[in-house]
Design a protein around this ligand. Structure first.
Ligand code: EPU
Length: 298
């Protein structure tokens, strides 16, 4: 197999939560061709999971069976007039930096969202100002046989933190449409947003960002704070005092600690406000029961 392969690789260092057990096998393709060859040759029953910057996931303490593919080698950025072609493994922060340098604006609303381009498209990441699909022209993905598919924006349905792409497709790249702008003005608007975020989110602590989706018409952070849960801790996992929709790892937290805190939050918010919070982070690897939608009663 071409590309970098590691066996029984601990995944915690590849996640922003700093939590999680081992992958049976970690594969780091250095380009699309290596990834396509891997997918083509991999036995069909072999589980395959995609890991980008590891910023929106909770990896199981028991780790991940099969192969985890790390996308960081898909890292190209090519400007073409007011369009950019970018690899799925490029970090959003780096993309925004390069766009500003080229005088291309329109995606500054993504400032501060951790993660890679591929991960952001997969879950249509965004803020109150907009989502990644707003600027998408086309995306390129591989299916489980390693075949290449191009999809125009209009051929794919994007909703709040979701897309209609087949689950087993691997996004490898995308093209975005930007507006011509002035580099210093674009940089200033990025700096402004970063400052706002520093004031309201626990950015210096290990976390996975927003844990729950905002329920229609309300905010998970507001509800969790109103339920009196700020600062509540299970093991080394704690509801952040800076932003109640963040769980922070105070050092050595396990996935079990986080899950048990998630259950506690969902139970309390359900009891007090009759709202069932849904997970925004993804559970990655071997978990005993499907958690989504299961914990409302405790
Ligand atoms: N709030 C509280 N208590 C808290 C936290 C928030 O009362 O502890 C209230 C705030 O006062 C505000 C409301 O809840 O009225 C919303 O809070 P905020 O402005 O922080 O935005 P959010 O909806 O919690 C969303 C994204 C974030 C993104 C911010 C800023 C979701 C689930 N989260 O947070 O994305 O950074 O907007 O643009 O949509 C992420 O996805 O990982 C993430 C961090």
């Amino acid at each position: 197999m071409k590309g970098i392969v590691r066996f029984r690789e601990p995944l915690a260092p590849y996640t922003t939560f700093r939590i999680g057990g081992e992958a049976d096998r970690l594969f780091i393709p250095r380009g699309v061709a290596e990834l396509a060859a891997f997918l083509r040759d991999a036995p069909k029953g072999e589980p395959v999971a995609i890991l980008g910057w590891g910023s929106n996931i909770l990896v199981s303490d028991r780790g991940v069976r099969g192969t985890v593919i790390l996308t960081k080698g898909l890292n190209w950025i090519r400007m073409m007039g007011n369009r950019v072609r970018v690899g799925a493994g490029v970090k959003l922060a780096r993309l925004l930096h390069e766009l500003a340098r080229a005088g291309l604006g329109g995606m500054e609303f993504m400032t501060g969202i951790p993660g890679t381009v591929g991960g952001a498209i997969r879950m249509n990441a965004g803020t109150a100002e907009g989502a990644v699909a707003d600027r998408l022209v086309t995306l390129t993905a591989l299916d489980r046989d390693g075949r290449v598919h191009h999809r125009a924006r209009r051929e794919t349905a994007f909703g709040y933190r979701r897309t209609s792409l087949p689950k087993d497709w691997v996004i490898v790249g995308a093209e975005f449409l930007l507006d011509q702008g002035e580099p210093n003005a674009i940089r200033a608007s990025i700096r402004e947003r970063l400052a706002a975020r520093k004031g309201s989110q626990p950015l210096s602590m290990a976390s996975a960002g927003s844990v729950f989706k905002n329920p229609p018409g309300d905010y998970a952070g507001r509800l969790i704070e109103a339920a009196g849960l700020k600062g509540v801790q299970v093991g080394a996992a704690q509801v952040s005092r800076a932003h109640a929709n963040f769980i922070v790892n105070r050092g050595g937290a396990t996935a079990a600690d986080v899950l048990s805190l998630i259950d506690r939050i969902r139970t309390e918010v359900k009891k007090q406000f009759h709202i069932a919070l849904e997970l925004e982070i993804e559970l990655f690897g071997e978990f005993e029961v499907p958690r989504q939608g299961s914990a409302g009663g405790g």
